[in-house]
Design a protein around this ligand. Structure first.
Ligand code: BTN
Length: 258
């Protein structure tokens, strides 16, 4: 019977097994391969380095040693709400991890799921889902700059080490905090998107301000006011003509006032 509350395997477990590798092409790929082979975890894949780390929108994710590269693998039954909440669950878990690793910091969330400190990106999240033999599997890949900011990043970025001013935190320690925060937020998502949405909005970067959104793959941007996040996770953009446009997927740039 579908009670309306999604069943998430591994629910409430504070620590799923963490499968650690020296090198993988991509922790998302390794987790997806497992899912396609019928292994849905729940577990984490973590690599010390990745040779083909992947980012959103077909971009690559530079993965030198020192930073955290991890993917959660689990399955979901009966709950499409839970699927939509996953990227936001991950973003909240990363923000809370960052807050613990960098005491006194105030991580902000840039829609849909970048985590930033003082306007500089510290983490990226790539969530992927699929179905196999009637089971919905989910892979949530998370990269956190722990000891360094990789070269060649196309935007302002920072790391745990530079924000703390020391190198006392390593990727393994960051993983433990992240796994606990993720388990907690995922368990909360079982009751629906509402609490996750509210917590996300409290940390939203640029809410109420001007933003530029690139909704497709091209160079077409739309400018408007970031008015809200809808119940389905869409960003609500208020256009200059007064209309409200829901954005399901895209890249956002905050427009700073001169
Ligand atoms: C982004 O573009 O901001 C998302 C980056 C996601 C990177 C992480 S690192 C661990 C996991 N494995 C990958 O190949 N990508 C994700």
């Amino acid at each position: 019977m579908n009670s309306g509350i999604p069943r998430i395997d591994g629910k409430g477990d504070r620590t799923w097994p963490i499968r650690v590798f020296a090198t993988l092409d991509s922790t998302n790929e390794a987790a997806k391969e497992a899912a396609l082979g019928g292994d849905f975890g729940p577990c984490w894949y973590r690599a010390e380095t990745q040779t083909s780390g992947r980012g959103r929108q077909g971009r690559s994710w530079a993965s030198p040693p020192g930073n955290l590269y991890a993917s959660a693998l689990f399955s979901i039954h009966d709950g499409h709400d839970a699927v939509l909440s996953i990227p936001f669950v991950a973003a909240l878990a990363v923000a809370e991890t960052t807050e613990r690793l960098v005491p006194g910091s105030e991580p902000k969330l840039k829609w849909p799921n970048d985590v930033r400190l003082s306007g500089r990106k510290i983490s990226g999240i790539l969530a992927e889902t699929g179905a196999c033999a009637g089971t919905i599997w989910v892979v949530v890949g998370i990269g956190i700059n722990v000891t360094n900011v990789p070269d060649g990043i196309d935007q302002a970025a920072t790391s745990v080490a530079s924000e703390r001013g020391d190198g006392l935190i390593d990727a393994a320690a960051a993983m433990e905090v992240l796994a606990a925060r993720f388990a907690e937020r995922l368990s909360e998502a079982r009751a629906g998107f509402s609490a996750i949405r509210s917590a996300w909005l409290e940390r939203a970067d640029g809410l109420g301000g001007s933003i530029r959104v690139r909704a497709g793959q091209g160079d077409q941007y739309e400018t408007g006011v970031f008015e809200d996040m809808a119940e389905d996770g869409s960003l609500i953009l208020r256009l200059p003509d007064g209309s409200r446009r829901p954005i399901r997927a895209g890249d956002v740039e905050l427009v700073r006032r001169a």
